[in-house]
Design a binder for this molecule. Structure first.
Ligand code: SAH
Length: 222
């Protein structure tokens, strides 16, 4: 693993300054992003300043991407996270977002449908001493292995065709889901679950979003 030398720390300070200029104000999000080396979550051959470009998504395995730093900051800020909350992340991918949530003292469960990413990222997170629980699945109905578990927050990092009602079931009443929704064009929604029925879900639209699609089923191919 490439050590976190002062040069990379300086790149991250600049990244955080740019996030502030772009309107990110949640200091706990900014502190986590300043602390966590993003280059640990991509291939070593990608070590360059563009890793810390706030508008740059980067390819990882299985033709997936690690979200842009701006998107990570934006979605995490929308979560309104408090320490020790339980969070379900949909789309583990590289594990970068998972580690940011852990740095913010959340108790994190994360689900990935690509077997290769699930396996690799689970091992990476454990080697970095993050205690997130990793699951393989498509999460449209939450996490079958954790039946009856409900979450304070749900963060979806892939674009869902519509609001997955099965996933809303595992969100606490009073909880918040942040999710990009739409076929073709996506919108970033923040959903407040004020009650169990859809009429009691308050939906805020936070504008355009662009994510890889949320797909059904597990994928065991490379
Ligand atoms: N949070 C990730 C972003 C990864 S991109 C990071 O920080 O790197 C989105 C991920 O969602 C991809 O890895 C994709 O395979 C995964 N994904 C897509 N549909 C899914 C589903 N239904 N359930 C779980 N993961 C899914």
């Amino acid at each position: 693993m490439t050590p976190d030398i002062p040069k990379y720390q300086a790149w991250r300070r600049r990244m955080v300054d740019q996030l502030r200029e772009r309107g990110i104000t949640d200091e706990t999000v900014l502190a986590a992003m300043e602390k966590l080396p993003r280059h640990w979550f991509v291939s070593d051959t990608l070590l360059d300043t563009f890793l810390y470009d706030i508008d740059r998504a980067i390819e990882i395995d299985c033709e997936q991407t690690i979200s842009k730093p701006y998107t990570v900051a934006w979605q995490t800020q929308l979560l309104s996270l408090q320490p020790l909350m339980t969070v379900l992340e949909v789309g583990t991918g590289s594990g970068y977002q998972t580690a940011i949530l852990c740095e913010m003292s959340a108790r994190v469960h994360t689900v990935e449908r690509q077997h290769t990413l699930y396996r690799k990222t689970k091992a990476l997170l454990a080697s970095l001493n993050y205690h997130a629980k990793c699951f393989l699945g498509d999460s449209f109905n939450g996490v079958p292995e954790m039946a009856d578990f409900i979450y304070d927050r749900i963060l979806v990092t892939c674009g869902a065709p519509n609001i997955p009602t099965g996933l809303m079931k595992v969100l606490k009443v009073g909880g918040i889901m942040v999710i990009p929704v739409g076929i073709g064009e996506q919108r970033m929604l923040r959903i407040y679950k004020d009650g169990d029925t859809p009429e009691q879900w308050r939906i805020e639209d936070h504008g355009d979003a662009k994510f890889v699609p949320m797909l059904q089923g597990r994928n065991f191919e490379k």
